[in-house]
Design a protein around this ligand. Sequence first.
Ligand code: MN
Length: 231
Amino acid sequence: MNYVIPPAAVVSLPIVGSDQRFPVRRVYCVGRNYVEHAKEMGFTGREAPFFFLKPADAVAVCAAGDTVDIAYPSLTKNYHHEVELVVAIGTGGKNIAAADAVKHIYGYAIGLDMTRRDLQGESKKTGRPWEIGKAVDQSAPTGPITPITQSGEINSGNIALTVNGKTTQSSDVDKLIWSINEIIEHLSAAWELQPGDLIMTGTPEGVAAVVAGDVMVASCAGVESITVRLV
Ligand code: MN
């Protein structure tokens, strides 16, 4: 192909136990999907799931054993961590029933939905889009994908984040308000899912600001942990 400029590289994640890669198409994110996090953000009650996206090139690729540097972004004085279980879609589809959703999962990884909280707050107040707060460069550090054939279906297990060795977030995947299967049902009603899509499934309570120099370790039972340093 004779492009006028070089096309952007495909973002891809390592796969546990393989030298093949998982190419990323889209990054869907679920808002307020753990009760205690919804409360800390000032919301109560079960609401219908809602979604936003990050660009695929917001993924900061984290390999096992690496410390990955991400830049503290511009315009914010309140950059928050949100640790999330990430689902990787291997088979696309639309209007997927929750009962069939597991067949569409390729695997799982741990990820961070880094958020310019002050700008997201402004967006909420003014009724503007969330991209300025959420679709930030390098705002989706994501680890290696463990195929579901190795992990089995993940519907429970500790999910946690430490900052400089101190635990700030710790919960269990079984506390998701909308289960992974239900998320896939709702998402695929709104968009046709495709192989390569990632879904960040929401964060538990304990979100907090980090600053340059902080080192975060994100983990979830069944997948490989990641280490991310803000610089
Ligand atoms: Mn989030």
